[in-house]
Design a protein around this ligand. Structure first.
Ligand code: SAM
Length: 316
């Protein structure tokens, strides 16, 4: 068994398919740079599928989450999903939703049924401030189209103090009206925020809850093991929202996530991003097992320590 002294193992594999994004969010990039961040050559999608199969044999994974950068920019996205679908796992994707329109049918047919769509605002001016791009309505339209198609959707919203913290109730009402769970994320100390500006932009779970309590009464649900989010119910409504409180209420103690990048590096924790290269030896079960043990040792016992890498590089 690949398990540590805290009974942790890997059950969720997050694959960062590309180090590029079509948005330039303030918390992810500094100067809107767009170059890929991986150093080594990218593996082909067929090689990546082989790696996933070998990891699955050892770990008996439950979920694969495709992310990035922006996974919809990965040219072989649909073929990759098709290749993974034979594994009979839950395949999920985290996307900013901007490019989804043409992919909705092919992705669904290929076997993807779960989408986390990142939406930090519904307001055009705020969208420009956060993402350096225009046309947030494209994302809003795509959310509705994905819902019509039958995708299981969650929304992810990073709250950035001074930029979108005044829109928490609007965002909650938007999601509630569509009956889509929304999860508010505390800003994590990553990339350029590691040494700069985290404190300036950080808005805590406590502050998010205070905003919501100004409009709704709420109760906290019991946390599901391995979950990243704390969930809350709006009283007298059958609606739940979540908060991913990585900074103020870390969930390292039962974290089951393993990350894989497109060059064939694995990472056991966002806080310790020393890449562990498995690209050349994933066919050797013993070596792969040893490397997974090394990745498991990267996990923190108590809390996220921050990282010099941005989410764009390591995969959100
Ligand atoms: N491009 C895709 C997207 O926007 O969903 C997938 C990758 S993105 C890095 C994944 C998630 O990480 C997004 O919801 C994004 O808002 C979030 N994120 C990025 N940097 C973050 C940070 N420093 N703190 C908290 N969340 C962050």
């Amino acid at each position: 068994m690949i398990i540590d002294s805290h009974n942790r193992t890997f059950k969720t594999l997050r694959i960062s398919l590309i180090g590029l994004c079509n948005l330039g969010c303030v918390y992810c990039v500094t100067n809107n740079e767009k170059k890929p961040l991986y150093k080594k050559k990218a593996l082909s999608y067929l090689e990546l599928i082989d790696i996933v199969k070998k990891l699955h044999l050892l770990l008996n994974l439950k979920t694969i989450r495709l992310t990035g950068g922006e996974p919809t920019l990965y040219p072989q996205l649909v073929e990759f999903i098709e290749g993974l679908s034979s594994l009979q796992l839950d395949i999920k994707m985290t996307t900013n939703g901007y490019n989804l329109e043409k992919l909705i049918n092919p992705m669904h047919d290929a076997g993807l049924k779960h989408l986390n769509i990142s939406l930090d605002t519904t307001n055009e001016n705020t969208f420009k401030k956060i993402s350096n791009r225009a046309k947030v309505h494209k994302i809003l339209e795509n959310i509705e189209k994905c819902k019509e198609k039958g995708f299981n959707i969650k929304l992810n919203t990073v709250i950035v103090k001074g930029i979108n913290d005044h829109e928490i109730i609007d965002l909650l009402n938007y999601a509630y009206k569509l009956n889509i769970p929304i999860r508010f994320l505390e800003l994590m100390k990553m990339g350029h925020l590691f040494s700069n500006e985290h404190e300036k932009y950080y808005f805590s779970e406590h502050e998010i809850l205070e905003s919501i309590k100004s409009e709704y009464s709420i109760t906290k649900d019991i946390r599901t093991p391995h979950s990243t989010a704390n969930y809350f119910s709006l009283n007298n409504h059958k609606y739940k929202f979540g908060i991913i409180a990585n900074e103020s209420e870390p969930f390292c103690s039962d974290c089951d996530r393993l990350r894989l990048d497109i060059s064939g590096n694995i990472y056991g924790c966002l806080s310790d991003n020393q890449p562990i290269d498995i690209s050349e030896d994933f066919n050797n079960e013993e070596i792969l097992r040893q490397k997974l043990h090394i990745a498991l040792k990267q996990k923190q016992n108590d809390s996220f320590k921050g990282s010099m890498l941005s989410m764009l590089a390591i995969g959100g």
